[in-house]
Design a protein around this ligand. Structure first.
Ligand code: HAM
Length: 486
């Protein structure tokens, strides 16, 4: 091999190759040939294979083109929650299955049909992927002794949840929820604050094509929901032949679940069912009337929907949903962007003292679909502020340090340090759509200068490489405020 050929070789690959050679020598002895079967084995191991492993059904990758929507939704929700004086919390993705069974209810779709169970190696616990946040947050409230903090405790969260439903547009098996829970206060004004927070979030995301449905599902006082459930049971019995097999069974144990059945014939039975608002106890009636009054005072548009019961068993009193009102041609039309309600009995059910609470969760995927359908633009300027090109070994070595200094000074810097030729580096800079490129060569490194090239005009000037003068000179040209990272 001549010297030229030697210098073309990638030094990193050379090191790797000699490591591999060493390993082979170790296995087969110096200079020994591998037996033919082993050689074949190696080739098969290295042969390219068709991609057989795909993302699980109903679960999706999010790439950077879409991630900007995700960032906007998460940032907006965080801002709104912070302005409502809420604290950020995180709870485990996996919990004891019993937590969800107790909280959400064993005869709900979410628990009965959609929960993902997780096998624990020890086999000693029954775990499940969380199908929602509320149960986990309620458990965390109790387990962390939050009842001794000033009440109510206001918390927000965001993260993946899992439901084994039939995937379709707007319905996934791994979905992402953002949400808030206010635990420790039963006043109706809290209900309105939570609905307000949801409303503000969607408005801040510049969404218009949605409506807020509000209802009450009463309480467990025998003159309230239990009396209503009896009248629903009677209604279901009168219409039993019109119900699907699931609803016929559920009508006996949990008749409210007829309201969230996706079968059209069951929805027709639900539509003619008695209204809960005709069966409320005095306290629930007053609570509901106050919620309506405060919503009106705040000018939050809403629609009373006496058929809204929500699909989870823990609800008491206020229940609400944010429904997409996009045209019927849109797959999201009529779907819930978010929902929530009061769950005054849940903390007690989990072993804590009677503690009223209310919360809301929204689905990020549906929110983003809604933003796209409504034409909400999320602009990103992902071009670096400046590209740093180098020439020669000394130029590269100085550039590595300079990039770090510029990054700390708040610049987003593009580079292609792995490349040698200036032409191909400038091509990279063009592809990144940068306006300014700094070029640091051997001569500049020795002179303590650097070339600044305007990528549009091709004009070049020489700047001082000293950071004290380089940083302001760049800022002046970039003409925008750059945040300094400390
Ligand atoms: P949820 O209505 O079951 O409520 O879910 C909230 C939101 O999550 C839905 O409105 C929807 O946007 C989204 N979502 C639910 N399932 C799917 C799915 N399969 N694919 C895509 N998006 C979906 C709860 O989870 C309650 N924890 C809300 C709450 C908080 N109640 C009190 N506090």
């Amino acid at each position: 091999m001549n010297q030229k050929e030697q210098s073309k070789k990638d030094p990193d690959k050379e090191i790797q190759k000699s490591e591999d050679d060493k390993k082979n020598q170790h296995h087969h002895g110096r200079g020994m040939q591998k037996p033919p079967e082993e050689e074949e084995e190696d080739i098969r191991a290295r042969a390219p294979i068709a991609l057989v492993v795909k993302a699980p059904r109903g679960m999706q990758d999010v790439l950077w083109e879409d991630m900007r929507y995700w960032d906007v939704v998460n940032d907006t929700f965080k801002q709104v929650c912070t302005s409502f004086n809420m604290k950020h919390v995180s709870v485990p993705v996996v919990e004891e299955a019993a937590l969800f069974e107790r909280s959400i209810g064993e005869s709900t779709d979410v628990v009965e049909k959609e929960m993902f169970f997780v096998k624990d190696r020890s086999g000693s616990s029954r775990l499940a992927l969380r199908p929602e946040f509320t149960a986990g947050v309620a458990r965390a409230y109790l387990e962390n002794g939050m009842s001794s903090k000033p009440q109510p405790v206001k918390m927000w969260y965001s993260g993946p949840v899992f439901r084994h439903d039939r995937p379709q547009a707007g319905r996934y098996r791994q979905l992402t929820q953002f949400g808030a829970e206010v635990i420790g206060e039963g006043h109706s004004i809290i209900d309105v604050q939570v609905i307000h927070l949801a409303y503000e979030t969607y408005k801040a995301l510049q969404l218009d094509a949605f409506r807020i449905d509000v209802n009450t599902v009463g309480c467990m006082n025998k003159n309230c929901r239990p009396a209503y459930l009896n009248s629903i049971k009677r209604h279901a019995q009168d219409n039993t032949r019109k119900l699907c097999a699931d609803c016929r069974r559920r009508a006996k144990i949990n008749p409210l679940r007829i309201f969230d059945c996706k079968e059209e014939k069951c929805q027709m039975v639900a539509n003619t069912a008695p209204k809960i608002t005709d069966h409320l106890c005095e306290d629930c009636k007053n609570h509901y009337q106050n919620v309506i009054r405060y919503l009106q005072d705040l000018g939050i548009p809403f629609k009373e929907n006496p058929r809204l019961v929500r699909g989870l068993d823990y609800y008491t009193r206020t229940a609400f949903e944010i429904i997409s009102t996009l045209p019927s041609t849109d797959p999201l039309s009529g779907m819930a962007l978010g929902g929530g309600g009061r769950y005054d009995d849940l903390i007690h059910l989990l072993g804590g003292p009677p503690t009223p609470a209310i919360g809301f969760s929204g689905g990020i995927e549906r929110t983003i679909m809604q933003m796209k359908s409504e034409g909400v633009e999320v602009k990103v300027d992902d071009a670096p502020d400046v590209f740093l090109a180098h020439l020669g070994d000394l130029g590269r070595r100085r550039s590595v340090k300079l990039l770090d200094d510029l990054r700390r000074a708040g610049f987003k810097v593009g580079e292609a340090f792995h490349k040698d030729g200036i032409k191909s580096q400038l091509r990279n800079a063009d592809r990144m759509r940068v306006q300014w490129t700094l070029i640091l060569g051997q001569k500049e490194a020795l002179d303590n200068t650097i070339i600044l090239r305007n990528m549009e005009s091709g004009m070049q000037e020489i700047l001082d490489l000293n950071l004290d003068s380089l940083v302001p000179a760049l800022k002046k040209r970039l003409r925008h405020e750059i945040q300094v990272i400390h």
